[in-house]
Design a protein around this ligand. Structure first.
Ligand code: CP
Length: 302
């Protein structure tokens, strides 16, 4: 693995290997981890807002001993008309070892990759509604902490699937891992036209019935035309997760959400950060998984 652009570039063994690296790194002493990327320079280039991904990549790189540059797009020369290509080439000339890029344009990382020198690493931190590979890795890593074998677990993803790079990359990752029981549910206008190897449910009860893992997604207003945005109260009544409809799920089920959450829209406040929600566990695992990915791509030791 030279770059991480799309989860589909990884085999099941490569994914499990990243998880093993994450376990190993989390057992290491802080001092040992700080040696892994000593002297490396990592640049975060986020053209879309972020809390979890940006901060966890920064923390992950720092915990491995790298220097981190967070490029502020608003104060950069992008506002003077510099192209993305020229910005990237300028930073690369300053000996940046790795770029972590979030952008609204689907597949922009394929282009960026073609501009970079072979030794420069590129990680996709989310492109349009296409891919968010490290989110898929941290989601499946978290699932495996609670359910040792995911092959037949009923995994249900509910919400705005159509505009969600999280859903796309998670479904791809579950296909690679070998889960055969992935279900989706949401308003018709927020479901994709084509998705392979998933069951589309007709009601929230069907989606939640005997579910082992429930993944709730927010409505991605930023990727929608205004007229497609549902009424939020109505949305919560028909598609939101609450204590009452959660009772359809299996005992021992877990509730996940990539964040940011919209309380009492897709998930009720009483579930948000309370059992069986593992949302904050996902956040924590995000740092470990990103440490593992950075170590795999930049350290000779992995
Ligand atoms: N899950 C996720 O990508 O969150 P941020 O947008 O806060 O990074």
């Amino acid at each position: 693995m030279k770059n991480l652009i799309d989860i589909k570039q990884l085999s099941k063994n490569q994914i499990l290997d990243i998880f093993q690296t994450a376990d190993e790194i989390s057992k290491n002493s802080k001092k040992k981890n700080r040696q892994l990327l000593k002297g490396k320079i990592v640049a975060n280039l986020f053209f879309e807002n972020s809390t979890r991904t940006l901060i966890s990549f920064e923390l992950a790189a720092k915990k491995l001993g790298a220097h981190v540059i967070n490029v502020n797009i608003d104060t950069s020369s992008t506002s003077k008309g510099e192209t993305l290509r020229d910005t990237i080439k300028t930073l690369e000339a300053m000996d940046i070892d790795a770029f972590i890029v979030r952008h609204s344009e689907n597949k922009i990382c394929d282009e960026i990759q073609s501009w970079l020198k072979p030794k420069t690493v590129l990680i996709n931190a989310g492109d349009g509604n296409n891919q968010h590979p490290t989110q898929a890795l941290l989601d499946v890593y978290t699932m495996l902490k609670y359910k040792s074998d995911l092959s037949e677990q009923k995994i249900t993803i509910i919400g705005d699937i159509k505009h969600s790079r999280v859903a796309n990359s998670l479904i791809d990752c579950l296909n690679i891992i070998g889960n055969t029981n992935t279900n989706i549910f949401g308003p018709e206008q927020l479901l994709p036209e084509l998705l392979q190897n998933v069951t589309v449910c007709n009601s929230i009860e069907q989606a939640l019935d005997n579910a082992d893992i429930i993944v709730m997604l927010r409505i991605q207003k930023e990727r929608m035309k205004l007229q497609n945005i549902p009424n939020l109260e109505e949305y919560h009544n028909n598609f939101g997760l609450n204590r009452k409809n959660l009772s359809h799920a299996n005992q021992g089920c877990i509730v996940m959400h990539p964040g940011p959450i919209n309380r009492d829209v897709e998930i009720s406040s009483e579930i948000a950060y309370n059992s069986p929600s593992v949302i904050l566990e996902q956040v924590k695992n995000g740092v470990t998984i990103r440490m593992a990915v950075l170590a795999k791509l930049l350290s000779k030791k992995f």
